[in-house]
Write a protein that binds this ligand. Sequence first.
Ligand code: MRU
Length: 316
Amino acid sequence: MKIEGKEYRAFWFENNTVKFIDQRKLPYNFEIYTAKTVDDIAFAIKDMIVRGAPAIGAAAAYGMVLGKGKTHETANKLSKTRPTAYDLFYAIDYMEGEINKGKNPIDAANNYVEDVIDRCKNRGKNGEKLIEDGMRILTHCNAGALATVDYGTALAPIRLAHRTGKKLFVYADETRPRCQGLLTSWELMQEGIKHSVIADNAAGYFMKNGEIDMVIVGADRIAKNGDFANKIGTYEKAVLAKENDIPFYVAAPVSTFDKNIEDGSRIKIEERERDELAKINGKTIMPEWIVVKNPAFDVTPSKYVTGYITEKEIVK
Ligand code: MRU
C-alpha cells in the first residue's frame, strides 16, 4: 500500500526483527512497533498491533523464525494468541512442516508472506469482475492491506476496480468496539477511493434506502459447509443483505478454509476484555458495575452468502 507516496506492507522482516505498522495507533499516528522476540510477536498479535486473519498468520510465520531452535515451544506459544483466525494455525503448521524438512526458517516465512500477497492480488482480480461501474459497496471491519500484509481480502477487488477506473463508493462500518472501520477509511483515503464511515447499526438504514448494491467482507475461518466466522456484526449484515436482495460476498484465501470442521457451530469465538467496550481512548465510559460481554466474532450461515471470492475462482 502507498502511504504518502511510499510503498509499505503492514509489517516486514528487518535485521532479525519484525517491524509492524502499529494498528492500535492508526489513523491518528503512524508508528512502528519492533518485535525482537517470540514474546513480542505474541504480544503484537494479542494486543492487535497486527490483526486480520491472513496478517496474523504471516506474523506468526515470522514469529517461528525468531523462535528458531525452539520450534515446538514457539508454535505452542503463538497458537494461544487468538483462537478464531484459522490462518494463524495454518501458518504455524506450514512453518513447522518446512522447518522439520530442514528448510531455512526465514526462507520459508518469506515464501509464505509472498504467497499471501500473491493470493490477495489474484483474489482481487477475480472479485473485481463482480464490481460494476458506479456500485456502492458495504464492507465490515478492516479486510484491507493492514489485515493481509498487502492488498487485502475484501478491499483487494475494490482497490483493483478503482485502479481500472470504475467509479465506486464504499460504506465502511465503523465496527465497534475496536473501530477497524477507521483503518479501512485510512486505507481508502490513501488510495483515493470515495467512502463514508457509518455506525454499524446504520447499515440496515442504507440497505433499505437502496443505497448499497453489494456487500463484501473477509473471513476469519470458513467451515466445510461454507458457514464462516468474521468480525462481530457480520451475521446481521448478511441477514439484512438477504432481506434487501443485496449480493453478499466473502473474500478469503485457502488458508482461511478449515477442512477439519463440518459447520460453523464448531468455530471457537474469541471473547475479548471488558475494557474494549468500557473505555474509549483510555477514558472510562461506563461504571464498574456494568457487566460487559465482548465476543470478537460471529458466525454467518452459508445460506446468506452469494459467493466466496477465492484466489482460484468465485465459488457460488
Ligand atoms: O479482530 P480482527 O480485527 O483481527 O478481525 C478481523 C476481521 O474480522 C477480518 O474481517 C478478517 O480477519 C478477514 S480480513 C482479511
